[in-house]
Design a protein around this ligand. Sequence first.
Ligand code: ATP
Length: 210
Amino acid sequence: MNKEISQAVIRRMPRYYRYLGELLESGVERISSGDLSRLMKVTASQIRQDLNNFGGFGQQGYGYNVPYLYDEIGKILGLNQTHNIIIIGVGNLGLAIANYMKFEKLGFKLVALFDINPNIIGQEVRGIKIRSMEELEDFCRNNAVDIAALTMPKATADNIAHHLVEMGVHAIWNFAHVDLDLPDESVVVENVHLSDSLMQLSYNITKNFK
Ligand code: ATP
């Protein structure tokens, strides 16, 4: 399990988890590798190879046990534990993420919001108070903060990210439009650059339909 798994495999895992969750919701207990492959539009051999990275879960002639595989992939993704999240920057995007409840079902728990705008400090979003940035350090030292979502403007993102790392936050979900320059050994960063994604779409529309 300590073997280095490629990020390409890890990126495919949430999709397996989602499909298996849907199968479970429809009461499917067992699925052949061929049916799973058709459903997900991924070759059976790709599925086998991906799952073999974690020891493999299929049985010849039986297929996959859906609840078992769902739980195991959940464990691989660390979804069997709760992850406490804070959001820094409660503008349009930060607020939208704070209001998006679905993450909680996956074990991501929003524990605090931070901003510098005195007009919104003290307000609550879904019962969670918006705190001032002065409270950030104390909060991080006194609470288990697993993930910090950065939704403030890019100018301050790198500084704040460094500060978070010093306070022991090991994961950054970076929405700020900047590449953070952080020491790899002490923090993992997942970038969600929405405009980059939109630009890729723009490229593909231009190439295919214009
Ligand atoms: P969005 O970009 O999410 O649509 P917006 O356009 O309302 O938001 P931005 O200027 O991008 O506003 O700022 C997002 C939020 O980040 C705002 O609420 C702002 O007050 C807050 N913010 C700005 N600087 C900082 C900072 N240094 N630390 C924490 N929050 C900050």
